[in-house]
Design a protein around this ligand. Structure first.
Ligand code: NAG
Ligand code: NAG
Ligand code: NAG
Ligand code: NAG
Ligand code: NAG
Ligand code: NAG
Ligand code: NAG
Length: 801
């Protein structure tokens, strides 16, 4: 009855909208609830060509678009796409989130037999694992659980994850969502995560071809966001809606854009999101040069571009870049944006059309991009439960394996920042009296950061420690010290001191929460909030020399130099926002069940970093203004801990086994052209990237890694390169070339092979935005080991041309 009413309602609505020409084929409506498109039992049936799985996707999309009235078309251009009941199309909500597991979002309805999903660490922590396989697996589990929830009719299949913006400034509230400050690391993550969501295993892709050999079928559609140069939410008088990011061609080319290029080219992402900010004056969703010329034409993107939510409305409403809403509609549609998260194109599309600011063919082009992705997801292939992934259901969500991966991810990623005199790991001893103190000591929700779901369960730090020590009849005392991370009062500190005095050892769990760093809120200080510093100091004093471990939960870095400098705090662990099993991982590291191998993906700075104007997007330093530059690649100051910092309970040493001493121009004769053209600074020819010439000239660097310590453990070897004249005239101090995580038993040695692409990895981008390789002495570095390599000019030898 309900269904009939709604269908009749929609019928009235539609006919009142329509210009009377197009009427339903069957005015006699069936009482039917639209479950999925192309339902053989539905009002529409397989007679529609767009439902015919033996036809090529392209033809099916064409057929579908041809059946829509102009009103219906306009209704499909927004995230809440309306149903077209006469064609059997249910409504579709495009906006789903899966940043670190399936997340609460407009398209995801937790409940019924799928009330929860596995919650992984926030990406800023997972990044610290430097483990591509892990990133890929996390995404595979997320897409499996996403499909399972979809099959329950409780979600869509389009996820607006990952967030691959470069975390240029530690104050950014969304740092937790990112992979930190390095474009290479972030590019790798983008590729492996997107593959995991869309296709499964990165290394063994078995693309599912459409019946007719059309574009590949995908499991979940990923979306790389926020394109581009988007990393300021709200700081002082700036906010992301009004912010005009002034970015040089050089920074765009070697910092802000590489992750997006990798997402599209390597990851084959089916979606990209244009960001709120302007770039050098032009709102990103209205930026034809980037959305169409660069992404679609140069990078070969074939998915859909969505706006960030309400990013179209702000173009006329907030920044008055467009005189009217209709102009906004026209600007974004002409620039190449396909979907409006928001309502502007819905409310003003028709009048934009009447004013001839857009035309129906342009709308059709965008619909083609949108429906093609839904087609690739199998949304027009009939009953989802009879298709690939159709058998996934509640039994595939929160499985033991999935939950174990969440634990594993946190274990692989925790970063040991300080460990004086090898104070950790602690030995488990009978009757050990442990004080577990701090606002995050029994954290639950706080471990999930933002874009969270409902986790399968929580293991808090307190529970983790209790579990690890259970067989030793420990006496664990818990005192929060403050009510929450804001730590506004100091009256709980006394109890914390008292508890500390009675203990043999102390675990202090402090840090930030979403009240300090989140979407729409950047920090203005890098210090611990409220009375947390006072709490730590009081507890450390009360501990009177007994072992103290400081555990920090945060997305962005903190100035905890006071703790680094204090010999009474022997050990510091950064645990990011570690997801549902974070407390277990923390306990495992403290008691040595896990040897920590995480390395920071973002530098940690002193509080005086906040003197830098956050709105300054320049990566490069400027001596005349005293601007110190950003990230380990350019920052001229001294951080507390630099990108890549992370200790282990073992020591690892390196040795260059083989690497070329010089590379001659013949290998480099053929260079990349176009946007990423790499040309020698001398005259050298340049051919198309498609011919892969630059790849041919790749060489291998073999490095042996040895575990000199007493324990087995994982270690990520990071290979950096340093160009000639590094740090001069905008040349990076060094840059990450590649990384590899390996497991080594105590005393064992293993060779790691890095593939180096001279164009990409030794090249640097000039002020003109063009990547070139400088002649002269380059340095390859792993840890303290150096290897020099000369890039020599190619000399035309006899017989060569
Ligand atoms: C179609 O959309 C209309 C308008 O939102 C709604 O009233 C109606 O219930 C929907 N019909 C079906 C079958 O979902
Ligand atoms: C589907 O398309 C195939 C290939 O064109 C055609 O042979 C078949 O009759 C179509 N099926 C239906 C139900 O129209
Ligand atoms: C720790 O948190 C868990 C989960 O919220 C709760 O059940 C437990 O009672 C808390 N423990 C203490 C000692 O407060
Ligand atoms: C910032 O503070 C650190 C630590 O006190 C100091 O070493 C550094 O010189 C300061 N930097 C600036 C630019 O003042
Ligand atoms: C450094 O800043 C000055 C003053 O704003 C400016 O004129 C100059 O162009 C900047 N130099 C570089 C290399 O960006
Ligand atoms: C690693 O080497 C450093 C420097 O030689 C030394 O101080 C430290 O104790 C060693 N750590 C381990 C776990 O062996
Ligand atoms: C990388 O992660 C995968 C998946 O969790 C794991 O199987 C593998 O052991 C990890 N590699 C290392 C060296 O830790």
């Amino acid at each position: 009855m309900k269904a009939r009413e709604t269908i009749i309602l929609s019928c009235i609505l539609l006919s009142s909208l329509m210009l009377a020409t197009q009427v339903f084929e069957k005015p006699k409506l069936v009482v039917y609830k639209l479950r999925y498109a192309c339902d053989p039992d539905g009002p529409a049936n397989l007679l529609f060509s767009f439902c015919n799985t033996s036809l090529p996707d392209d033809d099916r999309v064409t057929d579908l678009i041809s059946r829509l009235t102009i009103y219906e078309k306009i209704e499909q251009l927004v995230n809440t796409a309306a149903n077209v009941s006469r064609l059997g199309l249910p409504a579709y909500q495009w906006w789903g989130e899966g940043l670190h597991g399936v997340a609460i979002s407009p398209s995801v309805h937790f409940g019924g037999s799928t009330p929860t999903a596995t919650s992984f660490p926030l990406p800023i922590l997972s990044a610290a694992s430097y483990n591509r396989t892990l990133w890929n697996k996390i995404a595979q589990v997320t897409s499996t659980e996403g499909r399972a929830i979809y099959n329950q009719g409780r979600s869509g299949l389009t996820y607006w994850s990952p967030n691959i913006n470069i975390a240029r400034d530690p104050r950014w509230g969304r740092t937790q969502e990112t992979l930190g400050e390095d474009p290479k690391l972030t590019s790798m993550y983008a590729a492996y995560f997107v593959k995991g969501l869309q296709e499964g295993d990165y290394d063994h892709n078995q693309p599912r071809e459409a019946a007719s050999g059309g574009p590949r079928r995908i499991k979940i559609s990923a979306c790389c966001k926020h394109f581009t140069a988007h990393d300021l939410d709200r700081w002082k008088n700036y906010d992301r809606d009004h912010f005009d990011a002034k970015v040089t061609q050089q920074d765009l080319e070697d910092t802000y854009n590489p992750p997006f290029k990798s997402c599209v080219k390597e990851g084959q992402s089916s979606s990209l999101m244009c960001s709120y900010n302007r770039l050098n004056g032009i709102p990103m969703c209205a930026n034809y040069d980037l959305l169409t010329s660069t992404v679609r034409n140069q990078w070969g993107f074939d998915g859909y571009i969505t706006s960030d939510c309400d990013a179209v409305a702000l173009i006329h409403d907030y920044i008055h870049y467009a005189p009217t809403p209709e102009d906004s509609v026209s600007y974004v549609m002409l620039a190449g944006m396909d979907l409006n998260c928001g309502t502007t194109t819905l409310l003003h599309g028709m009048s934009a059309l009447r004013k001839k600011l857009i035309w129906e063919g342009l709308i059709d082009q965008h619909l083609r991009n949108l429906f093609s992705v839904r087609m690739r997801l199998g949304m027009f292939d009939g009953n989802p439960t009879s298709l690939s992934y159709g058998l996934l259901g509640p039994a595939d969500v929160c499985t033991d394996d999935n939950q174990h991966l969440a634990l594993e991810a946190a274990r692989q990623s925790l970063v040991l920042l300080k460990n004086e005199k090898n104070a950790l790991p602690w030995k488990k001893t009978d009757g050990m009296k442990l004080a577990v103190i701090g606002p995050h000591a029994n954290a639950t929700r706080e471990m999930l950061g933002n874009y969270q779901g409902y986790p399968c369960k929580f293991i808090t730090p307190l529970q983790g420690l209790t579990g690890v020590l259970s067989e030793y009849s420990p006496k664990i005392k818990y005192e929060p010290g403050c009510y929450d991370a804001a730590c506004e009062g100091s009256h709980l500190i006394l109890a914390a001191r008292r508890t500390t005095k009675e203990a043999d050892a102390v675990v202090l769990v402090v840090g930030l929460s979403q009240g300090h760093e989140k979407e729409g809120h950047d920090r203005t200080s890098l210090l611990l909030p409220g009375h947390q510093w006072a709490l730590v100091s009081a507890v450390v004093e009360a501990a009177a020399g007994r072992p103290v471990v400081l555990v920090i939960l945060s997305g962005g870095p903190l100035d905890v130099s006071f703790a680094n400098d204090d010999p009474r705090i022997q050990s510091i662990i950064w645990a990011g926002y570690p997801g549902q099993a974070g407390g277990q991982a923390i306990a495992d590291v403290i008691f040595g069940l896990v040897n920590p191998g995480g390395r920071l993906a973002q530098s940690w700075y002193y509080e005086n970093y906040t003197n830098i104007d956050m709105s300054n997007m320049n990566m490069r330093p400027n001596a005349s203004t005293g601007y110190p530059g950003r990230t380990y690649r350019f920052f001229t100051g001294t951080p507390i801990w630099e990108f890549g910092h992370g200790l282990s309970y073992s020591n690892f040493s390196y040795n260059f086994v083989s690497a070329p001493r010089s590379i001659m121009a013949p290998h480099l004769r053929h260079q990349l052209c176009s946007s990423d053209r790499a040309v020698m600074k001398s005259n050298i020819n340049c051919i198309d990237e498609e011919k892969g010439a630059c790849k041919e000239s790749s060489f291998h660097v073999r490095v042996s890694v040895r575990n000199d310590g007493p324990l087995s453990g994982d270690h990520s070897a990071l290979l950096f390169s340093k160009p000639p004249l590094s740090g001069v005239d905008g040349t990076p101090l060094k840059q990450l070339v590649s990384f590899e995580r390996i497991h080594l038993e105590s005393g064992a040695e293993q060779e790691v092979v890095f593939k180096v692409n001279p164009c990409e990895d030794l090249g640097t981008v000039g002020a003109d935005g063009i990547r070139t390789i400088s002649l002269g002495e380059h340095t390859l570095m792993v840890g303290a080991e150096h290897h020099t390599l000369t890039v020599e000019k190619w000399i035309l030898r006899h017989g060569e041309s």
